[in-house]
Design a protein around this ligand. Structure first.
Ligand code: FAD
Length: 463
């Protein structure tokens, strides 16, 4: 008799694939996950990239979306070894003459913003108070919910601010460089020119996540997130098989539903789906902490480097024109300051990337290190070893990062609503679903694309 296949097969063991598999397994159905690489985790892998004894996050490092995710919060991941560590403050943004500190408290943050303190409080306080509602609303496929009526005044106010570009919003609500720079650094995570509509909203939401949930790192590395998800899946009877690249549907065992944690290009169906800029990433092993000129930067898990709003906007605008920026905006994380398991005693790991045009071949090492030296003179003398990942290396590490795009496709306003098509997770084939970060809500380690895709599959394929 032919062996009976599982109820569902998930292709790809990234956070969304694993979340989808857990959601299916929670209903008592059998599920297996086929992962192309020898290790699990997709964008949440950690590895020894420099010298023995140093653990580096290969992709994701900072996890506000994981701690804010309603699905991850519903899972007993701590039981499977996952622990988030909160740095003293989530974010520091040094300027040439001062440093903006974003702490968990909105009030404390505002005190460092001079005459913009009251504007910051006015904008952020109501949003942070309603962070869980905003997370539920915006980290989900767009839908009309009864909650929207209750929060109509908040939504209207947020909508009017959020639709604006980061440049427009920053210059309108703030008068001084520190607050404007803070918003620009947050908004630049959108990986779009900061003149684009809705980049202001992106910056506000990321700021809300820092105040409401913090920007923690996982003790022992981001790999622990994937390991905990696999632990939970196995406790529900699910299985993961590594080294199983799926090249075509014919490679798959019989099942009632297939959930693909892959980007649309690999499904050969959605050739018009657009990818965003890429990233150029560096990891360093250091023999001391970073010698920041302003020691307040040592309190932060994440540091935004790039200077003023105008400077950061220029860096992101260059990428929009297809050019690698001369003075890039750099996102930097220094996890070993707060997690002693990452490096030998007294030594440190640093993770950073900058944005570049999709598939760019320009070596950004010197430009990124110059940006760090600007705020931490002597940094380069502390480097024991560095690992370089070009956009092509990022894609080699994970086929979903097309041209170095870390968000599974451009997140501009047009594609936000058609991500990846009006069908969202479903395809014309009732058995096939997409559950990767190319679906709503978007990139990041939150598992919600997988959760909502599995909900859709359970409704349609198992009806
Ligand atoms: C450099 C970098 C930095 C990042 N920083 C952060 C951060 O700090 N915080 C944050 O929240 N997010 C961050 N992200 C984004 C985050 O990692 C992704 O959004 C997230 O991992 C997407 O999850 P996913 O499950 O959709 O896909 P992925 O994590 O990409 O997983 C997809 C999996 O599918 C596998 N796969 C692909 N094709 C096949 C195939 N044909 N057959 C079988 N398996 C296949 C891949 O090997 C991979 O394991 C970063 C990403 C990168 C690259």
């Amino acid at each position: 008799m032919p062996e009976r296949g599982p109820d569902a097969v998930v292709i790809g063991a990234g956070p969304n694939g694993l979340a989808a598999a857990i959601k299916v397994a929670q209903t008592g159905r059998s599920v297996i996950v086929l992962e192309a690489e020898e290790t699990i985790g997709g964008g949440t892998r950690s590895a020894n990239l420099t010298v023995p004894g140093f653990i580096h996050d290969v992709c994701s490092a900072v996890h506000p979306l994981a701690v804010g995710s309603s699905f991850f919060r519903s899972l007993p991941l701590a039981r499977h070894g996952l622990e988030f560590i909160h740095p003293e403050i989530p974010l520091a943004h040094p300027l040439d003459d001062t440093t903006v500190e974003l702490s968990r408290s909105v009030e404390e943050t505002s005190t460092g913003l001079g005459t913009d303190a009251s504007a910051y409080l006015r904008v952020m306080r109501p949003l942070v108070r309603n962070a869980d509602f905003l997370m539920r609303q915006f980290f989900a496929p767009f839908r009309v919910t009864p909650e929207m009526a209750t929060h109509a005044p908040l939504l209207a106010r947020f909508g009017m601010l959020a639709i604006r570009s980061a440049v427009g919003l920053g210059n309108a609500i703030f008068k001084q460089a520190p607050a404007r720079a803070l918003l620009a650094g947050l908004a630049a995570h959108a990986i779009q020119p900061l003149e684009n509509l809705s980049t202001g909203g992106y910056g506000l939401m990321l700021g809300v996540s820092a105040h409401a949930y913090g920007w923690p790192v996982a003790r022992g590395g981001s790999q622990k997130i994937a390991d905990a998800l696999v632990g939970e899946l196995q406790s529900l009877g699910g299985r993961v098989m590594t080294g199983r690249r799926v090249g075509s549907i014919a490679d798959l065992p019989p099942a009632r539903a297939y959930l693909f944690d892959v980007t649309p290009r690999h499904l050969d169906q959605l050739t018009r789906f657009r990818y965003g800029p890429g990233v150029f990433k560096l990891d360093w092993a250091l023999d001391t902490p970073i010698p920041w000129r302003d020691p307040r930067c040592l309190r932060a898990g994440t540091v935004h480097l790039g200077g003023t709003l105008d400077e950061i906007a220029a860096s992101e605008a260059a990428i929009g024109k297809g050019q690698a920026p001369q003075a890039p905006y750099v996102l930097l994380s220094q996890p070993s300051l707060f997690d002693a398991t990452r490096a030998p005693a007294g030594k440190h790991t640093v993770w950073a990337y900058c944005h570049v045009p999709n598939g760019s071949t320009v070596d950004m090492t010197d430009r990124m290190e110059a940006q760090i030296e600007r705020f931490a003179p002597g940094f380069k003398n502390r480097v024991l070893a560095r690992n370089v990942m070009t956009p092509a290396d990022v894609e080699r590490h994970n086929a979903n990062c097309v041209g170095g795009d870390i968000n599974g496709g451009s997140g501009d306003l047009r594609q936000w609503f058609l991500r990846p098509t009006w069908r969202r997770y479903a395809t014309p084939n009732r058995q096939i679903y997409i559950c990767s970060s190319s679906t709503p809500p978007t990139g990041g380690v939150h598992g919600l694309c997988g959760f909502f895709a599995a909900q859709t599959a359970l409704r349609r394929a198992f009806r």
